[in-house]
Design a protein around this ligand. Sequence first.
Ligand SMILES: [Zn+2]
Length: 378
Amino acid sequence: MFSSSLPLGRFAGIGVRAHWSVAIVLALLSWMLAAEVLPAAAPGHQAVAYWATAIVTAVCFLASLLAHELMHAVRARRYGMTVKSITLWMLGGMTELDGNPPSPKADLWIALSGPLVSLAIGGAGYGGAVLAAGHLPALIVTGLSWLGLTNLLLGVFNLLPGAPLDGGRVLRALVWKRTRDRARAAAVAAKTGQVLGGLLIALGFAEVLLLGSLGGLWLGLVGWFLIGAAQMDVNAGLMREQLGGITVRDIMDPHPPVAPGWWTVAAFVEQAAGQARKRVFPVTSFDGRPEGVVSLRELARLTAQQRLVTRVSDAGHPARHIARPGDRVLDLLSTGGLRSADDLVLVVEHGTLAGTVGLDDITRALELAALGGRNVPA
Ligand SMILES: [Zn+2]
């Protein structure tokens, strides 16, 4: 979803990226402020003054979004979680954490910290605007008060009790504490997230139809996003539960046919490749060290002449995925997993090849898990 995002730098040691849709938000907010909000509240200035104030205000707004996310991230790190990254996008920010919060209390405070920052910035901005009215230029006061009100709104909206909003995570933490069942709590939060999404869409439609205001489209978009994200929460939770304890060892092929790297391609094709009933092979060196991966497709690209003089290790490619037998399959998937049937995960233990995991093995594990067995696969 966020593959096309631009790195903004590191804050508090956390990598921050911006999705391209942030540029649209920046442009829309600046335009709305410069063309409507500022001229209505502080008439009589030149266009350039409106635009300058508008752009500064919009940038400050994005900075306050970042502060919100950074607070989640810093709090999560304090509870011992690994923060992968923060991405700003059209509907706010997304802090990617590794794993689950260690306790309901951690879950609660990580979730609350973001909206609290928004409410604090909102209160300071709006309070500052009220105090500065009459002392500072009207343009600046208007920008400040807009920034304050928007942050207050953001803080309150984020506290609505449905996943993936922060309020949904608060709900999850509370249900978790009460039932001591994290998976059930997550399911409750995801369900309320879907209900909330449906309500927002209905409200958005009502706003468009009854009031003729296009702002309702935005509300509908947010609702639609909420429903999708809540469904993803449900699916991810299910998968986490089903795949929970399954390790790479459980799904790997412990005795894969191996392509000896020092053989010629011609010898490998003649003596081994045909009998193996596989398309992709781990390549090993003379002393058993894994060297890479080779597929029949790669071999087929060579001419008969080339096959006689090319070694198997030069025909394949370096291993892109290496795992240990004890690694969890979930972690394998979350680091991107395998994309192509022409690739293999090499499972390495004590420097030698312990097995391989192919795309089929992963798909099989997922499908067996979806079929419901917790003790799957054998
Ligand atoms: Zn948040």
